[in-house]
Design a protein around this ligand. Structure first.
Ligand code: NAD
Length: 501
């Protein structure tokens, strides 16, 4: 039974936008193929209106809100998000397709950033040096930037905005979020919680849109910083355009993550990890493992263990307790499926073909079951490209060094993992590998909120990673004050350069 698509619109100054969009974009339920939403797309003029309203909310209220007032809002937001996390997860599954348990996991990881931001009074403490020169004290403070923009991808519709928004708000900024057009509802629901938590209207705004809205944010003089997450070509573009317009930019890009399995590894642990990291969220994670480097002689045994486990995975509607859901859109499913032909043509062995087998769903969902390739080599497109789907490639290597060289030659450097029982080998790997986030017998090494998340090379443009202290620094500007309070009897006017005495 098909229903009328729901209108999904912007949140401006604390209320849903009342205007009429010239352009809209459809939103689908990927498990059924049903068109469930119609999303308003912002014009450049609307973005200008939103940024102007955010700036006035920052100037008139939030910039001046005390740390106590800010912290109270953050604690209330944390409680509300925790209470409503199931509702947010359901919205994610309905538009992204990932299974409910995974959607809940995403919200929980975002919640951890809100918890970190609750500690903002401590995180913003500056330094103080008394009497650096006679009667002179020096101290440092960090201040908010103004209006900051967050532009997020489809694959973590709640978590990625939550990497930035709680910290940006805790630091005293006003925020404009531009979510992905593919699954926009979760951000609106989380924004409503901020309002309920007592955040003044206009401090947090949501504009939905495409390139027009992104370009308007990147060039707007009142947007002081941009946090972007998405594919590498767009991340590069956002970084170059935003910095050319004088903004502070952190732009997190795509990935091609490798898992290196040494011969002494626990192969059951490694096979479980490969399944989880290769096929969780249908491979649509920037920390997904897509290349498994098996150091011989373990490849045959590892491929057999992975194949056995794949036989037990159920793909289907994420609301039905399946292991893996659909891909986000029909176009993306078709693109990912095209790599299966490309891999076979290039000479890889298709061990498990995801186009075969049943799915547990009604309607015309965008499914592709987990796929396994063996005997993949570095010249093949299935090895080189970020497929962003449930396709795992096994590359057989002869040594640790050969595996390390492959990882370090890769243009991306987001996440990686080594599986071994040799502490010395793991330690050497953590030191030598050119990747930003490293797992040791951990397949998806996503840092906790109080550390920072971010890759190297083409996986990140800019200097700051997300959340942790790098997040606090990104959303504030440092200022150092040198102060002298003279005794009533001071020494008179002096024109020389300040000397420390
Ligand atoms: P995407 O680059 O297509 O879109 C990301 C954002 O950019 C969206 O809000 C989109 O509306 C906007 N956008 C798209 N095209 C644009 C254009 N031409 N000009 C300006 N803005 C544009 O990415 P996606 O498909 O939504 O997300 C998947 C990608 O994100 C993958 O490459 C994945 O690796 C990456 N990702 C990276 C991380 C990380 O931490 N490094 C995390 C999550 C996702």
């Amino acid at each position: 039974m098909s229903t009328t698509p729901t209108r999904i619109t912007h949140l401006v100054g604390g209320a849903p936008w009342q205007g009429r969009s010239e352009r809209t974009s459809p939103v689908f339920d990927p498990a059924t193929g049903e068109r469930t939403g119609e999303l308003d797309l912002a014009s450049a003029a609307l973005v200008d209106e939103v940024v102007t309203s955010a700036r006035s909310a920052w100037e008139s209220s939030w910039q001046r809100a005390s740390l106590t007032q800010r912290t109270q809002v953050l604690f209330r937001f944390r409680e509300l998000l925790n209470e409503r996390k199931e509702d947010i997860a359901a919205l994610i599954t309905a538009e992204h397709g990932k299974v409910l348990s995974d959607a809940l996991g995403e919200v929980t990881r975002g919640l951890e950033v809100a918890e970190f931001a609750c500690g903002i009074p401590h995180l913003l403490k500056g330094g103080f040096s008394e009497n650096v020169s006679t009667k002179v004290d020096v101290y440092s403070i960090r201040q908010s930037l103004g209006v900051v923009a967050v532009i997020s991808p489809f694959n973590f519709p709640a978590m990625v905005p939550l990497w930035f928004v709680p910290i940006a708000i805790a630091c005293g900024n006003a925020v404009v979020i531009k979510p992905s057009e593919k699954d926009p509802s979760a951000v609106n629901a989380v924004a409503a919680l901020w309002k309920e938590a007592g955040l003044p209207d206009g401090v947090l705004n949501v504009v939905h849109g495409d390139k027009e809205a992104v370009d308007a944010l990147l060039t707007h003089p009142d947007v002081k910083a941009v946090s972007f997450v998405g594919s590498t070509p767009i991340a590069r573009y956002v970084y170059e355009t935003g910095t050319a317009h004088g903004k502070r930019v952190q732009a997190l890009g795509g990935a091609k993550n490798h898992m290196l399995v040494l011969p002494d590894a626990d192969l059951d642990l490694a096979a479980d990890a490969a399944i989880n990291a290769g096929f969780g969220s249908a491979g649509e994670r920037c920390m997904a493992i897509s290349a498994l480097l098996a150091v011989e002689p373990v490849a045959d045994e590892l491929v057999s263990k992975i194949t056995d486990r794949m036989g037990k995975l159920v793909t289907g509607d994420g609301r039905r307790g399946c292991d893996m859901g659909p891909l986000v859109t029909a176009q993306h499913r078709d693109k990912v499926a095209s790599y299966l032909d490309a891999g076979v043509e290039a000479g890889a062995t298709l061990v498990v073909d995801g186009r075969e087998g049943d799915v547990d769903a009604d309607g015309e969902g965008y499914f592709l079951r987990p796929t396994l390739f063996d005997h993949v080599s570095r010249d093949m497109s299935i090895y080189q490209d970020e497929i962003f789907g449930p396709v795992l490639s096994v590359v057989r290597v002869q040594s640790y060094d050969e595996g390390l060289e492959l990882i370090n030659d890769n243009p991306y450097g987001n996440g990686t993992a080594i599986f071994t029982n040799d502490g010395g080998a793991a330690r050497r790997f953590q030191n030598e590998v050119e990747v930003g986030m490293v797992g040791i017998n951990v397949p998806i090494p996503v840092p906790m909120a109080y550390y920072s998340f971010g890759g190297w090379k083409n996986s990140l443009f800019g200097d700051s990673h997300a959340h942790g202290m790098e997040g606090v620094n990104f959303f504030t500007r440092g200022k150092v004050v040198t102060s002298r309070w003279l005794d009533p009897s001071h020494g008179g006017i002096e024109l020389g350069f300040p000397r420390n005495t």
